[in-house]
Design a binder for this molecule. Structure first.
Ligand code: HEC
Length: 153
């Protein structure tokens, strides 16, 4: 066989092996719900959890954990659209007249106004609507997410 032909055949073999071994690894594609959830969770971790930390055993809590916020805003009758609108308008501009958590305001002071991107808030709010942040299943997801982001811990 000519050298160049051998090279082509070999490259093909290497390529085929690389593809088949990759196929066994679970890697959510852009279109899966798992991928979208992962993105939303990372967004919420970076923009909300510094204050609304979901872990119960932290020393200095700056705000109620997000599941408590969800419990005040969520009920089985509220539409996703209404829920998202309420959370987004609150986060864009927190103010006394909109608050439905007077106890939290007393304990922690008002949530400070921050520069959030509205499109990020919409993703976060939809995620909060769809996921029961109080459930064991969600906590397992959260633990897995943290370990993936920071495997040393
Ligand atoms: C710098 C700290 C901080 C960050 C970051 C933060 N919050 Fe808050 N948030 C608070 C505090 C403190 C409260 C409780 C007092 C209050 O309700 O204003 C609160 C309350 C809330 C409430 C309940 C409002 C009410 O009183 O009815 C919602 C909804 C909320 N936050 C959403 C969010 C979302 C969504 C994010 C992320 C995009 C976020 N917060 C990020 C501090 C924060």
């Amino acid at each position: 066989m000519q050298k160049s032909k051998l090279f082509i055949v070999l490259s093909w073999v290497v390529f085929a092996i690389a593809c088949s071994s990759n196929a066994n690894k679970y890697k959510p594609s852009d279109h899966t719900k798992a991928y979208a959830d992962e993105k939303a969770l990372t967004l919420m971790q970076n923009t909300c959890f510094s204050c609304h930390n979901p872990d119960m055993n932290i020393d200095k809590r700056l705000a109620p954990p997000m599941f408590m916020v969800r419990n005040h805003y969520y009920d089985s009758l509220i539409s996703k659209e209404d829920f998202v609108n309420k959370i987004v308008s609150w986060a864009m501009n927190p103010n006394d007249s909109m608050s439905i958590m007077p106890g939290a305001v007393r304990n922690f002071g008002m949530m400070p106004k921050q520069m959030f991107k509205e499109e990020d808030l919409k993703i976060i709010a939809a995620y909060i609507y769809e996921n029961d942040l109080e459930s064991d299943a969600w906590y397992a997801t959260w633990e897995a997410h943290k370990n993936k982001a920071n495997p040393a811990k």
